[in-house]
Design a protein around this ligand. Structure first.
Ligand code: NAP
Length: 293
């Protein structure tokens, strides 16, 4: 099987009868997308629930997203996950939103229903459950620093932290203006934006418990750590949304910090997406095993 399909593939497909076994009717849409573990997670859940559908990867470029969504709808898809770089753009392309997605300004889940696109954001709750599972602590008790607050995932993590009532929320982004805009929207949660510079990072890290990395740095094997390892210490919790080994996780380990990859978030956001598509509880144990957790 191909590791991903493209817009050209979609445009060449014909709708399948509703009872066609094993038809691809769910998928993850992104660029890059070949690394995504969502097919393992969701296909295990579909098999466990005896649903004769398949979940596949779709490599869709940013300018192709509107056309791709029209194709998915015409082909009778049940739903989708959106990943990098579509979470913010996807927000404006759906007709209905769940309340958290509206506050986060980004979506990662679409359900096609009654001729409409319903957008949801399961990354926020998935992140909070992931932190609980990985570190055995409650997000609301942590002072959080988000690296990469300008992207869909970073915005979502910031929203979840603000709504959970975290005692401090520091937003860091390569393009500082984006972090400043986000901090203004979460002013009531006392969010602050700081430049991505060693001095300001060092000062804010000294006052933070949880460091969340939300940029794609790490998707390529030789990507550098997003911050100097010398700024990390044993009292930090480091959570990298990327779910392969990264330079940041290696730096955290060397510094004696507790650390975890984004696998637990992947699990919980995927479980909630499954529930949205099928209106039934997800088989969490099977999904956890599919990720090797
Ligand atoms: P996105 O919307 O494309 O996010 C881009 C963000 O990363 C922006 O803040 C951008 O900064 C920053 N960035 C990009 N390249 C950078 C670089 N070379 N140096 C510094 N900053 C850089 O992507 P996303 O959807 O938020 O996803 C971000 C990552 O989180 C992806 O790797 C994704 O796989 C992962 N993720 C994992 C899960 C999970 O379940 N574990 C869930 C969601 C996302 P500027 O604003 O300055 O451009």
């Amino acid at each position: 099987m191909k590791s991903f399909h493209t817009l050209a593939d979609l445009q060449a497909w014909r709708p399948l009868p509703d009872d066609a076994p094993g038809a691809i009717r769910l998928g993850v849409v992104g660029d890059p997308v070949a690394h995504s573990l969502s097919p393992s997670l969701q296909n295990a859940a579909l098999a466990e629930c005896c649903l004769a559908l398949r979940y596949a990867r779709f490599r869709i470029l940013p300018n192709e997203l509107p056309a791709a969504l029209r194709c998915f709808e015409e082909l009778g898809f049940v739903g989708l996950n959106l990943t990098v770089p579509h979470k913010v753009a996807g927000f404006s392309l759906v007709q209905e939103l769940d309340s958290f997605a509206r506050q986060a300004g980004a979506i990662n889940t679409i359900r096609f229903q009654d001729g409409k696109l319903f957008g949801a954001n399961t990354d926020g709750p998935g992140f909070e459950r992931g932190i609980r599972e990985s570190f055995g602590v409650e997000l609301r008790d942590l002072r959080v620093l988000v690296l990469g607050a300008g992207g869909g995932a970073g915005q979502t993590v910031a929203a979840q932290c603000a709504l959970a009532g975290c005692p401090a929320l520091t937003l860091v982004n390569r393009d500082l203006a984006k972090a400043q805009r986000l901090a203004r929207s979460w002013e009531a949660a006392h969010a602050v934006a700081v430049p991505w510079e060693t001095d300001s990072l060092g000062e804010m890290l000294a006052q933070s418990d949880l460091i969340v990395h939300a940029t794609p740095l790490g998707l390529q094997p030789h990507d550098p750590s997003p911050l100097p390892g010398a700024l990390l210490g044993p009292r930090h919790l480091v959570y990298d949304l990327n779910y392969q080994p990264t330079a940041l996780l290696a730096a955290a380990q060397a510094a004696g910090a507790r650390h975890a990859s984004g696998l637990t978030m992947l699990l919980h956001q995927g479980a909630q997406a499954f529930e949205i598509w099928f209106d039934r509880p997800p088989p969490l144990g099977v999904m956890r095993r599919a990720l090797g957790l």
